[in-house]
Design a binder for this molecule. Structure first.
Ligand code: FES
Length: 105
């Protein structure tokens, strides 16, 4: 059961307890993490579930697919190394303790 910390632009932190096998977005919306709107419900067509994966977790999470990258690279807060759509991050046990930042909108 991974525990994931969301960090808001003001530094506020919220820990979400999740299960492996589901998307990070699913648990962010379940627990009402501010800034994760997920308007398309995970269809990869809104980019309102954008997060920045902190550097120490990027190798475990992996890079965005080309399609995901296309949804992200027009956003002002896009960071090529850190940006991911949380609906495309499928949680695994080795993500326990992961920290992600919610970009300033
Ligand atoms: Fe819409 Fe992730 S929920 S792109």
């Amino acid at each position: 059961m991974p525990f994931i910390t969301f960090i808001q632009p003001d530094g506020t932190e919220q820990v979400v307890d999740a299960d492996s096998g589901a998307s990070l977005m699913a648990y962010a919306t379940r627990d009402g993490v501010p800034g994760i709107e997920a308007e398309c419900g995970g269809a990869m067509s809104c980019a309102t579930c954008h997060v920045h994966v902190l550097p120490e977790w990027q190798a475990i999470v992996g890079p965005a697919s080309d399609q995901e990258q296309g949804m992200l690279d027009w956003r002002d807060e896009f960071d090529p190394a850190a940006s991911r759509l949380s609906c495309q991050i499928i949680l695994t046990d080795d993500m326990d303790g992961m920290r992600v930042a919610v970009p300033q909108i």
